[in-house]
Design a protein around this ligand. Structure first.
Ligand code: ADP
Length: 352
C-alpha cells in the first residue's frame, strides 16, 4: 500500500513543473476567469457527448481566444516546461552526486573497519600463540615426568590438558590462516611435494581423533605417485582440515578415506570421502562461506569456527586448482581437488 502511494507521488507530470494551460492563459491576461470556466463547462458537455476536445480547442470553438494567441501561449508553455525539466534534471543529478558521495564515504568506513578487524584477528591470534606455547611446553615436561613422578590421575588430567591445548592450537592456526587470506597475504610457495608422505602424515595425525569417534580413517594411495607442485605446509593443512571435518561429521562406525590418484601425466587428484551426514544439494555452496556452519543453532552438535572450508577453498584456488564437493544427505561427502605434477625432474617420486 505504502509503495503504491510512493510511486504515485513520485510520478512526474507537466502540471508539477508548469501551470496548466488554462491558468497560464488567465495569468497572462489572454482570457478571463469566467471565459476559462465557460470553456471547461463546454469541455465537460462535449465529453458527455463522447467527444474529447482539448481545452485549447474548446476555447477556439467558443471563440474565446484566437489561434495565434493560443499557439503562442502553448509555445511559451513548452519552453517553460523544457526549462523546468532541465532544472529538475540538474537537481536530480545533484542529488545523485550527493548520495554517491555518501555511499563512497560509507564504503570507505566499511573497508577501514574490515582492515581493523583483519589487523585485530591477526594480532590477537599471534598473541594467543605465545602463552599457549608455554603451556604446551610445561604440560609436555610434566607428562613426561621430567619434573617428577605422576599419579595415574595426574597423568590423565595432563593428557586431557594436552588434547585441549592442541585443539586451541589448531583454532589459532585457523585464525592466523584466516587473517592472512583476508589481508590478501596468502602466498603460495611452489615446491616439489611428496604427496604420499603428506597423506600418510595427515592420516597419522588424525588417527587418534578418528579412533575416539569410532570412525576408521585411512589413506588409499596409487602405487605410483609423482611429486606434485604445491605449498607443502598449506596442502598439509588442507588435508588436516578435510580429514577433521570428515571425521567430525561421520557417526561412529563410519569410514573416512583419503585417496590420492595419479590421474595422468600432468595431474594428481586428492580426495577425502566420508560416510557421514552429508550436505543437502542446495546448501553445498554455503559451506564455503567464512564462519558458516549448517547447524548454526546455539545447541549445535559439532564444534568449530566455520572457517575451515572457506580457507581450504582459498588455498586450493591459490594453487590454480578448484575444490569440488559431491555429497548425498545421509550418505556422505567427497571433497576433491587436482594438483599439478611437478616439473622438477631432478627429484625422484616416491614409491611404496
Ligand atoms: P567447521 O568445521 O568449523 O564448522 P567448515 O568451514 O570446515 O567449518 O565447515 C562448514 C560447515 O560445512 C560445517 O559446519 C558443516 O555444516 C559442513 N561440513 C563441512 N564438512 C562436512 C562433511 N564432511 N560432511 C558434512 N558436512 C560438512
Amino acid at each position: 500500500m505504502g509503495h503504491i502511494i510512493m510511486t504515485q507521488q513520485l510520478r512526474l507530470t507537466p502540471e508539477m513543473l508548469v501551470p496548466r494551460l488554462g491558468e497560464h492563459l488567465v495569468r497572462q491576461g489572454h482570457i478571463s476567469e469566467a471565459a476559462l470556466q465557460k470553456a471547461l463547462d463546454y469541455q465537460q458537455e462535449q465529453i458527455a457527448l463522447g467527444n474529447h476536445p482539448l481545452l485549447g480547442q474548446a476555447l477556439l470553438d467558443l471563440k474565446l481566444i484566437d489561434k495565434v494567441t493560443l499557439d503562442q501561449a502553448v509555445t511559451e508553455q513548452i519552453i517553460q516546461l523544457r526549462g523546468a525539466l532541465q532544472a529538475a534534471n540538474r537537481s536530480l543529478e545533484r542529488r545523485v552526486q550527493e548520495r554517491t558521495a555518501e555511499l563512497q564515504e560509507a564504503l570507505h568506513r566499511l573497508s577501514e573497519l574490515s582492515q581493523l578487524k583483519a589487523n585485530f584477528v591477526s594480532n590477537i591470534s599471534h598473541e594467543l600463540r605465545t602463552p599457549l606455547t608455554h603451556i604446551k611446553g610445561y604440560v609436555e615436561l610434566l607428562v613426561t615426568e621430567s619434573l617428577g613422578p605422576l599419579t595415574e590421575e595426574q597423568r590423565h588430567a595432563l593428557q586431557v590438558s594436552q588434547q585441549s591445548t592442541s585443539r586451541l592450537e589448531s583454532l589459532i592456526e585457523d585464525l592466523i590462516m584466516f587473517s592472512l587470506t583476508s589481508r590478501g597475504e596468502l602466498a603460495i610457495k611452489q615446491e616439489a611435494v611428496d604427496i604420499r608422505r603428506l597423506a600418510n602424515l595427515s592420516i597419522k595425525a588424525t588417527a587418534q581423533k578418528a579412533e575416539e569417534r569410532g570412525v576408521t580413517a585411512h589413506a588409499v594411495l596409487d602405487e605410483y605417485l609423482p611429486l606434485v607442485q604445491a605449498d607443502s605446509q598449506k596442502i598439509a593443512w588442507v588435508l588436516g582440515q578435510l580429514l577433521d571435518n570428515a571425521i567430525k561429521f561421520t557417526p561412529s562406525g563410519g569410514r573416512v578415506v583419503l585417496r590420492i590418484q595419479h590421474e595422468n601425466d600432468s595431474l594428481v587428484t586428492v580426495s577425502v570421502t566420508d560416510t557421514g551426514i552429508g550436505i543437502p544439494p542446495e546448501r553445498q555452496e554455503e559451506v564455503f562461506e567464512p564462519f558458516h556452519q549448517l547447524d548454526g543453532s546455539a545447541t549445535r552438535r559439532y564444534g568449530g569456527t566455520g572457517l575451515g572450508l572457506s580457507l581450504v577453498r582459498q588455498i586450493v584456488e591459490a594453487h590454480g586448482s578448484m575444490l569440488e564437493v559431491q555429497s548425498v544427505e545421509g550418505r556422505g561427502s567427497t571433497f576433491k581437488f587436482p594438483l599439478l605434477v611437478s616439473t622438477d625432474a631432478a627429484k625422484k617420486p616416491s614409491r611404496d
